[in-house]
Design a binder for this molecule. Sequence first.
Ligand SMILES: [Zn+2]
Length: 171
Amino acid sequence: MEMNFCRRCGTPVTHIENDTVYRCENEHTLFASPAPTVGIFFIDADLSTVFAVRGRDPGKGLLDTPGGFIDPRESVEAALSRELEEELGLRYGDYEPPVYFASAPGTYRYQAEDRSVITLAYISRLKPGVTLVPQDDVADVKIIPLGDIKIDELANGDIKQLAHMLQQKML
Ligand SMILES: [Zn+2]
């Protein structure tokens, strides 16, 4: 992430070290740490997984894992439950307890600014008969066999990397 000005006092910032630390003329230190996001792969017995079709930019029309950003003072697990209810109308009992899978860094471009993110991905299975109701920023859902996932149709670098890791693990 490229920071230009101090969010505390508005003076220009200097990049101090590695990718993370910036300092302004008034000695304020800013950390450009990645924002955590959470996503999930619902995998069924046929090794197909659920993708959300993004209803908004960035990446409108592209495929994403259900999930999203973590709110302040929220755990990753709570964020996942909340996002699944907001995006797909799912209650906690509609799916098996999510199991942590892997993480991948990515870039989320919003209002012409690149923000670095780190996506923590979980795996779960939907209970039989559960219906997905796309809503909020999800326009539709697609259930795609793991072997048929087209990496170019995935919204972000983190999701591309996680889908690739999932294929290597499961196929
Ligand atoms: Zn400052």
